[in-house]
Design a binder for this molecule. Sequence first.
Ligand code: AMP
Ligand code: MG
Length: 486
Amino acid sequence: MSTVTPSTLTFDGLFARELAEMAIPWRAEAVPDPRLLVLNEPLAAELGFDPAALRSPEGLHLLTGNRLPEGATPVAQAYAGHQFGWFTPRLGDGRAVLLGEVVGGDGRLRDIHLKGSGRTPFARGGDGLAAVGPMLREYVVSEAMHALGIPTTRSLAVVATGQPVYRETELPGAVLTRVASSHLRVGSFQYARATGDVELLRRLADHAITRHYPAAADADNPYLALFEAVIASQASLVAKWMLVGFIHGVMNTDNMTISGETIDYGPCAFMEAFDPATVYSSIDEGGRYAYANQPVVAEWNLARLAEVLLPLIHEDQEQAVPLAVESLEAFRPRYSASWSAGMVGKLGLQTHDDDVTSPVVDGVIAVLQAGRVDYTTFFRRLGAAARGNAEPVRNLFADPAAFEAWAESWLALAPDAAAMDRINPLYIPRNHLVEEALSSAAGGDPGPLERLLEAVTAPYDERPGLERYAAGAPESFGPYRTFCGT
Ligand code: AMP
Ligand code: MG
């Protein structure tokens, strides 16, 4: 494997070593006939991998876990989680293994993780496998999120296994190589706490502090500082989701990271027509994870994190609770400040004076809500309006009167059109385009997937020939549903 993992790039087993109680040594299932579907060359280079070596037969064995790189001690990670509000004390990687950590060319430590690599002791009733479609979907959406400047786990590659996966129908199987600054989740802390071993919980918290929030180690109360750092990261992350219209779809506590990266692209989708109640996930019948609920759910998940951290926050639980509550109270103002600043940017406003910006921000939401126009197209065309061409954005509205009144007050603030074009994406992974790319790829034609990736990985730069990637779904596409656990 020396060509794929040069001597400077050996795998560590940091998590496996420091948190052995939460790591079951495990190997990926053998994949006899791996075939590369997509490789992220820029990410490979960032990690210090040689893309050509990854494409070689040896590389494909690495990307499927068939052969272990230097130093790797692969494990399935244990975690717990609240799923749709219900607590399960033992979830864990049912269909994934953590190969280990690598230090990239930038000096950052990152997890290399295989998803769809076969059953593990956490698989419960599952088959441990993943189908090509959902893994390509995670690849496209996570890379689009990265290009939008949103913290996220990344996708290094998707490799077809040549083995069938049985869902409603027989589907081709695949393994996704996921890259993350760690796979620590709120659910990891819930698991450690549920064991009753406070020293394990403390070791997990220390591990998280070292990896993600080293400054917390110097705080008067490092564990409260850790909690506050996670609050800050999540407030900023969810604000970014809201600003681009991203709907995660399954914000269970096992799907919320400690690092503040977006994780677990299952039934996620980007909102098209503006509607705060938008839900795409077929399993989210109550709308728990609807667009507008995401900040509320994030706060709820952080309250679950607070509960399990209490024994570390103060030895006297009566004193720990008010400390945690006070910290959690920072979530709402932090979220609001991030969101408002982001919206001020989207509108191209050059002042941050709340008295000036608030009415314009409130007004645009009212206009969007009444008009139910395409969220992404609206902001992009607003850039043209800032240049004096209001017709394209006005045309989005069946009844433009309210928009026109709002636009007058907005234009009076002299919005910066060029700044708007750097913030408001033109190309997002629209649902109909993602579906088209996945079904073509499944049929053996990678072209549409390649073009979609080309569009969404440079989302702000308008390019000729990509017009259809900026357009909304045709009416024939109909109501959209996404599925998870596939
Ligand atoms: P998710 O909804 O993808 O976050 O997964 C929730 C839990 O179910 C995690 O513990 C996963 O590892 C597990 N899981 C999902 N799909 C499968 C599968 N096909 N086989 C085994 N475990 C799975
Ligand atoms: Mg998950």
